[in-house]
Write a protein that binds this ligand. Structure first.
Ligand SMILES: Cc1cc2nc3c(=O)[nH]c(=O)nc-3n(C[C@H](O)[C@H](O)[C@H](O)COP(=O)(O)OP(=O)(O)OC[C@H]3O[C@@H](n4cnc5c(N)ncnc54)[C@H](O)[C@@H]3O)c2cc1C
Length: 277
């Protein structure tokens, strides 16, 4: 299908972008275009005005937070940049791995952190990595700047006329990992899991197998203190209510519950090995 008609504007600054977004009915943010443009072409989404934010240099780059305890990842950072960034690889390896697992080189070169986090309605890779990291998103909107837990963003969607400006991620060192089984045709996750091992216990978030990205606090509680042997992790998943896992294309809830358990065991063991090195 061909694209429907819409207006297009490329603001030079964030304030101009916010004015356009709040002042135009049907205005939508365009970043890498890897979700929005195919959806417009397929008629699955609509826009009266595309506000292309790719000139907003303040939304690019990865830096340490001023207090040194975490990273600030600009929302226009591409998935390819995220996957290769030395700070991200050292301090938030689950995010780098989730970016690396995303689509193909073209999607990673154009798709952005903000777009992947905001692409609501589809299981994407970054939200679970952000949730396991206990990350927050930084937003700019008509009412000013605010922050929102990545878990809350994944439970709903970004407020209207709001630009996601950055992802704020506490540093973990190597104690984190991401695992995914990809759909062979689309590369989107059939299911994916991200884990962080913290002094308070493991943090575990899954997507694909569930109706939306979820922190599995029941599984976390059952595994607190370890060990993270495959049998123990699978038993912790079996204790979850079956309705949690939603059958997909050709996959039963039982299969997905088992698969995501296996992936989580693998991720926990990978994170534990990295911690011991
Ligand atoms: C062939 C193919 C394979 C793919 N495989 C995978 C995969 O394996 N895993 C996966 O997770 N994803 C996959 N994707 C999706 C892709 O990763 C996302 O489309 C991409 O990351 C979205 O980023 P973008 O910059 O292109 O967003 P866009 O397409 O520009 O925007 C997506 C949505 O986010 C909104 N948005 C964008 N930036 C912001 C912002 N800063 N603030 C607020 N809202 C914003 C837009 O308005 C739109 O609603 C695939 C896509 C394709 C085409």
């Amino acid at each position: 299908m061909i694209l429907t008609e819409f207006d297009y504007v490329r603001p030079a600054g964030l304030d101009e972008a916010l004015t356009l977004l709040s002042g135009t009915r049907g205005a939508r943010i365009l970043a890498g275009g890897q979700s929005l443009l195919p959806d417009l072409r397929a008629g699955a989404d609509r826009a009266a005005l595309l506000v292309d934010i790719r000139r907003l240099e303040e939304l690019r780059g990865v830096t340490r937070t001023p207090d040194g305890t975490g990273l600030r990842i600009g929302s226009l950072t591409t998935l390819a940049e995220l996957a290769a960034d030395p700070l991200v690889l050292a301090e938030a390896p689950e995010l780098a791995a989730a970016a690396r697992a995303n689509g193909d080189p073209q999607v990673r070169n154009l798709g952005t952190v903000g777009g992947n986090l905001a692409a609501a309605g589809r299981a994407t890779d970054l939200p679970v990595a952000a949730m396991a990291a206990d990350a927050e998103v930084e937003l700019a909107g008509p009412g000013g700047r605010s922050t929102l837990a990545a878990e809350e963003l994944a439970a709903g969607s970004a407020p209207a006329a709001t630009v996601l400006t950055a992802l704020l991620v506490p540093a973990a060192g190597p104690a984190a990992a991401f695992e995914k089984t990809a759909d062979r045709a689309t590369r989107y996750p059939v299911c994916a899991t991200a884990v962080r091992i913290t002094p308070g216990g493991p943090r575990i978030a899954v997507t694909g197998a569930t109706s939306r990205p979820l922190r599995l606090r029941g599984v976390e509680d059952r595994l607190r203190g370890g060990p993270y042997g495959t049998d123990a992790v699978l038993a912790a998943f079996r204790a979850e209510p079956r309705e949690l896992f939603v059958p997909g294309r050709g996959t039963s809830a039982e299969y997905l519950g088992h698969l995501v358990g296996v992936l989580t065991a693998r991720a926990l063991q990978r994170a534990e090995r990295a911690l011991d090195r």
